[in-house]
Design a protein around this ligand. Structure first.
Ligand code: NAD
Length: 486
């Protein structure tokens, strides 16, 4: 390899500059063919008035080099500052968050000496779409958006990762016993894609018992794929049980750009003291080298790092009161061991060709360019959400019955998802937020115009509609859940 690969580098906040300098020094001595291009992001940029925490020049660099090595940043306290991590992931379409969790027993203390699992977390969708609204004085909502292409991309990524990295099993975690449409879509897509990989064992657990099992018997897992929020929680649990949150790195992979980082934050409590552990960021950098096809340097650094840990050279967070070295000394110890292999741990050998360009998936086309699914979508009715702190359930029901018109009928009213009309129980607690479900009669004119007419009649009756959700069927199947008790 002769040409150096340009990469964008942010030295970050807090301990960021210390661990980035240590990491880049190790990469340089290992012969990594990279040319860092430094950008400013984070606290300094936020406080200069850029509420997104990133400048136009920084975006330009990221879009040009397509590879980003990022130190942790500090998000200033208080309102108005958006999370830069979420902004970068979503703007650049970094849909896959890959977090290896590995125990380094007996050198790093852990209750689980044999953890070696990979979490593949969906990184853009779910509740992290960040679409939140206040509907009434008492009620707020956050939209959980799960898309078919989003599920396909992340699940295929998990299977491809398993194949390329000699992993035997892919586990899916969801809560589809409750969220049958959203989590149900994720699980269904998992089952569909699993059929393309008969050589890989698969299983599925409901998220609650799934995370409990990660905490209790992590050795049962190999690769785990899950929606965004569950992945966020499960990956911290998985990292923590290895006894080494400070050691883990992560990759955020997209079709165009990829970002590599440590999983921890900017640790302001120890910033400037020269004692931070650079290992998490170094592991992120190793994943970056593999991604850009520099497997040899990645292998050399990883083995030198394992040897350093075996030789009992620890920063204070790992030494836990025992003898320790500072950030710079730790980096020097790794550099001294470049070319050596561990003797207790199995040496690592990265194969060239693991980078994403060789992974079997296609660039995701935009919706307008995708093959249109062969689906008949028909309007079936509407959920009208009403603000009401005046009437009882029955009184509200009677008012709405009088405005249904000829084409629609009032099927049910729920409050927080539970049926309160007709035939509600007086024991059911209610808020000021009522979901009123109207369905078209069999021979009705099933159009949005009829729904608009209904809304006009509801408004004329003096009721306050705060939002609507159209009800559709897809190839005759209901595309909406029933209310509890409906
Ligand atoms: P943190 O991860 O920064 O620190 C938690 C604890 O772990 C602290 O006691 C810290 O000293 C220790 N620690 C973390 N990394 C260490 C390392 N490499 N070596 C030794 N000890 C280490 O979490 P926090 O205190 O909750 O957050 C601090 C700031 O970091 C916040 O502004 C937060 O928003 C930000 N943050 C950024 C990222 C990111 O940029 N990816 C991730 C998480 C938090």
């Amino acid at each position: 390899m002769s040409e150096k690969r340009q990469i964008t580098v942010a030295r970050g906040d807090g301990i960021g500059p210390e661990i980035m300098d240590a990491t880049l020094k190790i990469l340089e001595f290992a012969g990594a063919m990279i040319e860092p291009e430094f950008i400013d992001i984070g606290e300094k940029v936020y406080l200069s008035g850029e509420t997104a925490g990133i400048s136009n020049e920084a975006w330009e660099s990221l879009r040009r080099t397509k590879v980003f090595l990022k130190a942790p940043i500090t998000t200033p306290q208080g309102g108005g500052y958006k999370s830069l991590n979420v902004t970068i992931r979503k703007t650049l379409g970094l849909y896959a968050n890959i977090r290896p969790n590995i125990s380094y027993h007996p050198f790093v203390k852990t209750k689980h000496p044999d953890v070696n699992l990979i979490i593949v977390r969906e990184n853009e969708e779910d509740l992290y779409a960040g679409i939140e609204h206040q509907h009434t004085p008492e009620v707020v909502q956050c939209l959980k958006l799960i898309t078919k292409p989003g599920c396909e991309k992340i699940i295929r990524y998990a299977f491809e990762y398993a194949v390329k990295n000699n992993r035997k099993k892919v586990t899916c975690l969801t809560k589809d016993n409750i969220m049958k449409l959203t989590d149900g879509l994720f699980h269904k897509t998992f089952n569909e894609i699993a059929e393309e990989y008969p050589q890989i064992e698969t299983d599925h657990w409901i998220i609650d018992i799934g995370i409990a099992k990660i905490a209790d018997t992590p050795q049962e897992f190999d690769v785990i794929v899950m929606p965004n929020l569950y992945g966020d929680i499960a990956s911290d649990v998985a990292a923590q049980i290895t006894g080494s949150v400070g050691l883990a790195g992560s990759a955020n992979i997209g079709d165009h750009v990829a970002m590599f980082e440590a999983i921890h934050g900017s640790a302001p409590d120890i910033a400037g003291k020269g004692i931070a552990n650079p290992s998490g960021l170094l592991h992120g950098a190793i994943m970056m080298l593999v991604h850009i096809g520099q497997a040899e340097a990645a292998t050399k650094i990883h083995n030198a790092w394992l040897k350093t840990i075996e030789d009992g050279i620890f920063t204070a967070d790992i030494a836990k009161g025992g003898p320790s070295v500072g950030t710079v000394e730790f980096a020097e110890a790794v550099i001294e061991r470049l070319g050596q292999s561990p003797t207790t741990f199995a040496p690592v050998m990265y194969k060239v060709g693991l980078e994403k360009n060789e992974i079997k998936y296609e660039m995701s086309p935009l919706a307008k360019d995708r093959v249109k699914p062969d689906v008949i979508q028909e309007l079936d009715g509407v959920d009208v959400f009403v603000l009401n702190n005046t009437y009882t359930s029955d009184e509200l029901g009677e008012q709405l019955e009088s405005v249904t018109g000829e084409d629609l009928e009032l099927i049910v009213i729920t409050n927080r998802g539970v049926k309160v009309y007709p035939g509600g129980f007086p024991e059911t607690f209610t808020t000021d937020h009522w979901r009123c479900r109207f369905q078209f009669k069999a021979n009705a004119d099933k159009t949005n115009k009829e729904i608009l007419n209904l809304l006009q009649r509801i408004d004329d009756a003096g009721l306050h509609c705060i939002k609507t959700e159209n009800l559709y069927t897809f190839n005759g199947e209901k595309g909406y859940s029933l209310g509890q008790g409906q």
